[in-house]
Structures are given as C-alpha cells and as structure tokens.
Design a protein around this ligand. Structure first.
Ligand code: DP6
Length: 326
C-alpha cells in the first residue's frame, strides 16, 4: 500500500542535546517545542512485493549512504512491528535546506514513521508513533503531536514519548527562521552528541532543566512571551555553551548568526518582544507574537549577509495527505 504524510519541523524551546541510550535514542532530558508550518517534509512510502530492496530518494537532493542506512533501519523496525515482509520505496521532499539546523531529520523521520506504518495497514496510537519516530531521530517525536509539544525523557523506550500540551490554535506565536547559511552542517547532531560528556558544564545544564521546564509551562499557561523568551534564550545559550566546551569543541555559529542575535536584542530595546534560539547550525529562529510580524520581519530583512527568512506559524502535527509524490 502507498501512503503519504506531511510532517512539520519543530523548534525546541528547551533543547535535547545528549542521549542516555544511543540505540533507542533516549534523551538525557525532557524537551519542549512548537511545530512550524513553513518548514516541512512530505514523504510517500509504498510497500510492495515488486521491490527487491528498500530505495530511499530525496527530491532535489541526495541522501548520504549513512542517511540512507538510517532510513532503512527505521523501515526494518516498522516491518518487524507490523509483520510485513515487503520492501519499500520511499520518496521525500523538504521545503527547506537539509542539515542546516532547520530540523530536517525531525520532520523527515516523523513523516516517514506515519506514512510507513499507514502503508503497512497498521494503525498505531499517537504515543506509539512518537516512540518509533524517536528511534529514527530524537527530535522527530516532537513533530507528530499538535502544536506545543513536550517530549518526556523517560527511562525506557515505552515511556520516552511526546504529547501535545496545547493545540496550535492556542497561542499565535511565530518563528522567523533566518537562514544565514543553507549549506550542510559539518558535524551531525548524532555525532555531536556523542562527545557531550566531555563538557564540564553538562551536569549543571541537566540540573537546571527541570526548573526551566516549569518556567516554560508557566509562561505558556499565562501566554507570557517575556517569561517564555527569557527561558528560550537561556536554554539556547546553555546548550551552545555545552557544545562549545565539548572535546572536540563544536561551534555552529557564524558572524551573521551573532548579527541576528544582536538585532533581536536591539528590537527588544525598542519594546518589540522577540527572542532568539539556535539549533545545531548557524541559522537563527526568532520567536515573536503575530501582532509584531511586520516590525520583526522588516528589521530582520535588513540584516547584511542573510540568505532568506522562513516565517512560520505554529501548526498541527504529522498527518496523512492524498497527494502522493509518485
Ligand atoms: C540541537 O533529533 O537531530 O536541534 O536524535 O541524533 O537525530 P538525533 O538528534 P536530533 O537533535 C536535535 C538537536 C537540537 C535540539 C532539539 O531540537 O531539541
């Protein structure tokens, strides 16, 4: 059977950086994110006896052998669970640059998991789907539920899953994703996390995270962007501090990354409530409320050296669509 899924990317306000189990992808801490409507993946999966191996293709780009092997592994887990023997053809399309810190693996494995299970004819609960997506790429579990999503770290596969805390309609937050460099990042998140324990600041970060999650939940409950934004920036800087003090040190920023952060702070000094966060790449996510859209976008567009801006609203989770890619 052939099925196609549409999965949003997500931006984490509390970041996932480090695993306590590399195979199951159990994270060292819980994380919290919102789904992004402008940066998404569409994936068609077809399981059929006519195929004699799995094939995995990306429209407008290429997967490395390593990336392809990771997708095939995910398909094997899905075959095992659904008692299917057929191989699959997978065709996928992103609306944004892969590997540039715009969370392509999140939307990619979310779309793959939902399309592939449906294509086997097996209906899993949302919780189970997030668990399977997590094993493909940790952050992918957060792209399956609606809107604002918490990934509970858990201590085994069954209780490390993601669920929605608020639907996408709850709060009109926006994310202007400023692409300052769309080329592929040099160190993948999976590889980068492997040396996390070499940072002397990891243990401090892990101690602080539960209180940060409390603050985030409180800010969301009250729809208080100032409270939320303070935590978002703290956690972003903290994660990059850990990255930069790992051995070997990981620096994902470039000069334009810093220019965008400075512009965000300048906007705040003019009473425009906007906050930055950066994932494992140089691109900057600027979080603000819909009422400030024109002020934020006009200012960001003027920054020297940026490539483009993907402006996002909060959106629903991964869902099936009728238009197949093949
Ligand atoms: C910095 O989910 O890409 O974006 O599980 O190894 O595939 P793997 O890692 P991945 O890591 C995302 C890291 C981050 C922070 C976040 O999104 O929480």
């Amino acid at each position: 059977m052939k099925k196609t899924a549409h999965a949003p990317s997500n931006i984490a306000f509390i970041k996932y950086w480090g695993k306590k189990d590399n195979v199951l992808r159990l994270p060292l801490n819980s994380s919290f994110s919102m789904n992004l409507d402008g940066a998404y993946t569409i994936t068609t999966v077809d399981f059929s006896p006519q195929y004699n191996r799995d094939t995995v293709q990306l429209i407008g780009g290429n997967f490395s052998a390593q990336e392809e092997a990771r997708v095939v592994k995910a398909l094997e887990r899905i075959r095992l669970k659904s008692h299917t023997n057929n191989y699959a053809r997978v065709l996928t399309q992103n609306t944004f640059p892969k590997g540039a810190g715009a969370a392509a693996s999140a939307s990619g494995f979310a779309a793959l998991t939902v399309a592939a299970f449906e294509a086997t004819g097996m209906s899993l609960s949302e919780k189970e789907l997030t668990i399977f997506a997590r094993m493909g790429s940790g952050s992918a579990c957060r792209s399956i539920p609606d809107g604002f999503v918490l990934w509970e770290e858990g201590n085994m596969s069954e209780n490390s899953y993601a669920h929605s805390l608020y639907p996408s309609t709850y709060w009109d937050l926006r994310d202007a994703l400023v692409i300052v460099d769309s080329s592929m990042k040099k160190v993948s998140t999976t590889e980068g996390m492997e040396s996390i324990t070499t940072s002397p600041f990891l243990s401090q970060r892990l101690k602080i995270i539960p209180s940060r999650i409390e603050r985030i939940l409180n800010a969301c409950k009250n729809k208080n962007l100032t409270m939320l934004g303070e935590v978002i920036e703290e956690d972003c800087l903290d994660m990059h501090h850990v990255m930069q003090t790992q051995i070997p040190a990981l620096n994902y920023w470039n000069n334009t990354t810093v220019l965008v952060m400075e512009e965000v702070k300048r906007l705040r000094s003019l009473n425009v409530d906007v906050y930055f966060t950066v994932d494992a790449g140089p691109n900057v996510h600027c979080i603000y409320e819909g009422k400030d859209e024109s002020k934020v976008l006009e200012a960001l567009q003027k920054i020297q050296g940026i490539e483009t801006i993907i402006n996002n609203k909060v959106t629903t989770g991964t869902h099936l669509i009728d238009q197949h890619l093949f």
